[in-house]
Design a protein around this ligand. Structure first.
Ligand SMILES: Nc1ncnc2c1ncn2[C@@H]1O[C@H](COP(=O)(O)OP(=O)(O)OP(=O)(O)O)[C@@H](O)[C@H]1O
Ligand SMILES: [Mg+2]
Length: 350
């Protein structure tokens, strides 16, 4: 039954009661005939007026409810965004207000879901493509060895080295994907402790010693004495710095220098990695932390990465309530900065 019909029936029933009273008065002679006449006239008149008033008062309520129903139907078809005017009695206005708020929040969640789904699809497509490339080259090299295309030991060794590099690349990709899935599932656990930065830095440099020597690179480290310890997950933060160093090495010429600068400002530690490489254009700069995003030039490099390194780095830094950002000039070089709170949340200085 329509809400308007219910209100009109309620009104009708009170008029019916009045009419019954008048009929009873007539039969039992409780009131005089002229009085009953007047009262009947008044009843008819008041019935007409009250029906009109009820009709006018219930119309906005009915309209609002109708709009709410229509909008709910739109939402069920993933069509968000229409705001319902807040009118009518207080309760209806409050209901409409809540409904509009709910619709906005639903729309935001839906957009976030769509974006996540889109990026998941892109990730799968890009990764499948990236996995196929090393696989194809491993297959081709093995085939060549099996078919006896390469006979001399020197070329064979060279082929084996390429296969081994490709396997390493596959292994790294799978590890990065696994890491991302752990972060996505929200199960990343940080083992934070007070970490001596000098020792931590030494371990990272040790990790890169071989390639630095191979490329005749100098890494300049500016490390003020007073910056000593940071409350962080040293192992995970090593992954971040190694990632930044890998990028700096990959995108700058051998023999050019790399600089690591550590400084403290207020309650933050800033770790900067600066290279004198190819740089990143302003057009690409805002996207480099997105998953699988690579500047077109790096996509074509022989041992290009997967474009996951910076996305992983951002996850780790943000889990430390920190930030990571980049500044770069095309042809001049790039500087990546990690900003970390020196003391994690709820930790007192040690
Ligand atoms: N120091 C840098 N100089 C120039 N370009 C850079 C630098 N660091 C990152 N980039 C650009 O940003 C992109 C994304 O970097 P990211 O580390 O996420 O991926 P990747 O290095 O390509 O692959 P991965 O780290 O997964 O092996 C790179 O492909 C590259 O185009
Ligand atoms: Mg990288």
């Amino acid at each position: 039954m329509k809400i308007k019909t219910i209100f009109l029936l309620a009104n009708g029933s009170s008029i019916l009661l009045m009419t019954t009273f008048l009929i009873i008065s007539y039969f039992y002679m409780i009131l005089s005939v002229s009085m009953i006449g007047w009262l009947s006239l008044l009843t008819v008149l008041s019935a007409f007026i009250s029906f009109l008033v009820y009709y006018l008062l219930t119309s906005p309520v009915e309209r609002s409810i109708k709009r709410l129903a229509e909008e709910a139907h739109h939402i069920s078809e993933n069509d968000f965004g229409t705001k319902i005017p807040e009118e009518g009695p207080v309760e209806i206005r409050s209901l409409t207000h809540q409904f509009n708020g709910m619709s906005t929040r639903l729309s935001q969640s839906f957009q976030a879901l769509q974006k996540a789904e889109q990026s998941r699809r892109e990730l799968v497509a890009n990764i499948s493509h990236d996995l196929r490339t090393p696989m194809a080259s491993i297959r081709a090299f093995i085939q060549a060895i099996q078919d006896g295309v390469v006979e001399d030991p020197k070329s064979k060794a060279q082929y084996m080295r390429t296969i081994s590099l490709e396997v390493e690349r596959l292994d790294q990709m799978i590890q990065q994907l696994f890491e991302l899935s752990v972060y996505d599932s929200g199960t990343m656990q940080l083992h934070k402790e007070w970490t001596a930065l000098d020792q931590w830095l030494l371990e990272v440099m040790e990790h890169k010693r071989f390639i630095l020597e191979e490329q005749h690179r100098e890494v300049h480290i500016d490390f003020p004495e007073r910056v000593k310890e940071v409350y962080m997950d040293g192992e995970k933060m090593k992954r971040v710095l190694v990632n930044l160093l890998d990028n700096a090495l990959r995108h700058s010429e051998a023999r050019t220098d790399i600089r690591i600068r550590i400084r403290q400002q207020d309650r933050f530690i800033f770790i900067e990695v600066e290279d004198q490489g190819e740089g990143i254009s302003q057009e690409h700069l805002p996207h480099i932390f997105d998953r699988t995003y690579r500047v077109e030039a790096s996509r074509n490099q022989k041992y290009a990465g997967t474009g996951l390194g910076l996305a992983i780095a951002r996850h780790i830094v943000e889990a430390h309530e920190g930030k990571i950002f980049a500044a770069s000039e095309l042809g001049t070089g790039s500087t990546f900065t990690i900003q970390l709170p020196r003391e994690g949340k709820g930790v007192t200085s040690g």
